[in-house]
Design a protein around this ligand. Structure first.
Ligand SMILES: [Zn+2]
Ligand SMILES: [Zn+2]
Length: 442
């Protein structure tokens, strides 16, 4: 599809469909469903896709679905676009007509927006396919249970990205104005694992610590030594941080307890450090415990990996946004130490997640995600559809087309006007955003 055609086609499509997509989002917002309970949400998406002549397939656990558009042969390029569909188990405190009707559930992470954008993108691409203007296959992934997390693993188990070359997603960003998007090459969200260290030893009188194991002292050493040792044994560029959130031991000032526990979260932006962290932690816990004669039990609960945006895919998003929104819309996205289960897909295939601005320009309200007052400027839905659709078309148009688009945005041409500059990542030079910008979100 030629550049001018794509922009015009998207404008025409959105002129007809934007009210429906806003209405769809409001309906989801009023009926939020938490992870693995998204039955109504799944049904609504499936019915709308079927009405457009598509054939959605619900995932084995009964919520979430996959839907393919276009693609005649096995060798045609295939990309996946993913939206998460679940809500959070918190109370909606907004006073809006579309306030949650489901007690204790709220779309406070914007997944209702993500879902509506992917639906709109699917409807647009289905029209393109019917007109013979889709040179490959696009798979829509409406994923359940991102917040649990783990819905991404269900999609992977169901073969959701088999024969897919590349995957894209977006996430609402209430700190970025509507009309803008944020891109980043490399880690954009962090791994977030739970760590629990339980110590035990013979308790006794505080007058005679030498006859016991001074468990509180040992626990104090665990609390200070683990983060310190990790900071020296892991590459500091991986931004690994271990922060304790809960500690307990003992019940009297003159008695050494026989057990104690400390719990915290380990966050990390680098994939290889994330893989190395549990073994390293185990070593340090064992050496501290043996030095003080206590027994240590380490529980390491894996959650999501860091989401590491691949360079070419990120360049495709930037090139697509450049095409449909114009260069001033693209800003650099900061890294966040929040977790995002889109990272599971990126462990298998290249892809990229971008931030979608949802903040009303000039608004004095400071919304954040995961808060009961979270809401968006709904014009972000049209922006999201434009960028997602253009990104899919760029990606199935082939890597070379994307790279030539990126090459067109030469640094010299952009100086003084914009953001697309060259970055070197792993020896490959590609377009990417300038550093700096707004503050990170989870
Ligand atoms: Zn969330
Ligand atoms: Zn989210």
């Amino acid at each position: 599809m030629a550049e001018s055609d794509l922009v015009g086609e998207l404008e025409t499509f959105l002129a007809g469909h934007q009210p429906e997509l806003v209405e769809f989002r409001r309906d989801l917002h009023a009926h939020p469903e938490i992870g693995y309970a998204e039955h109504r949400t799944t049904r609504r998406i499936a019915l709308r896709l079927q009405a457009a002549g598509l054939r959605p397939a619900v995932l084995p656990k009964g919520t979430g679905l996959l839907c393919d558009i276009g693609g005649s042969g096995d060798d045609s390029p295939a990309v996946a676009l993913r939206a998460d569909i679940d809500a959070l188990p918190i109370v909606d405190e907004k006073n809006v007509p579309y306030r949650s009707l489901n007690a204790g559930a709220c779309h406070a992470c914007g997944h209702d927006v993500h879902t509506s954008i992917l639906l709109g993108t699917g409807l647009f691409l289905a029209r393109a396919a019917a007109a013979g203007a889709l040179p490959g296959k696009v798979r829509l992934i409406f994923q359940p249970a991102e917040e649990v997390p783990g819905g991404a693993l269900d999609v992977l188990a169901a073969g959701g990205i088999s024969s897919v070359d590349r995957i894209f997603a977006l996430h609402c960003d209430p700190r970025l104005e509507v009309g803008k998007i944020g891109t980043r090459i490399g880690p954009i969200t962090a791994a977030c694992d739970r760590v629990k260290v339980q110590l035990s030893g013979p308790g006794g009188h505080t007058a005679r610590p030498h006859l016991t194991a001074d468990l509180v002292f040992a626990l104090g050493k665990v609390i200070t030594e683990l983060p310190a040792a990790l900071s020296r044994r892991i590459d500091p560029r991986s931004a690994l941080s271990l922060v304790w959130g809960q500690v307990s031991a003992g019940s009297a000032s003159n008695a050494i307890p026989d057990s104690g526990v400390v719990e915290g979260t380990l966050r990390c932006l680098d994939d290889s450090s994330w893989h190395a962290a549990p073994e390293m932690l185990k070593d340090v816990v064992e050496s501290v415990a043996s030095a003080y004669g206590v027994t240590a039990d380490l529980t390491y609960e894996r959650s999501v990996p860091p989401a590491v945006n691949e360079a070419v895919s990120t360049g495709m998003i930037a090139a697509a946004a450049d095409r449909v929104l114009g260069p001033p819309a693209i800003t650099p996205a900061p890294q966040s130490l929040g977790g995002e289960d889109f990272a599971w897909y990126l462990e298998s295939i290249p892809g990229s997640l971008f931030r979608l601005g949802t903040r009303e320009p000039g608004s004095v309200e400071e919304f954040d995600i995961h808060q009961p007052m979270f809401d968006v400027d709904e014009r972000c839905i049209a922006v999201g559809v434009k960028v997602m659709a253009a990104t899919a078309l760029t990606a199935i148009g082939g890597k070379h087309e994307a790279e030539s688009m990126i090459a067109d945005a030469s640094p010299a041409e952009r100086v003084g006007s914009v953001h697309v500059v060259r970055q070197s990542v792993g020896g490959v030079t590609l377009a990417g955003p300038l550093l700096g910008g707004y503050s990170p979100v989870a």
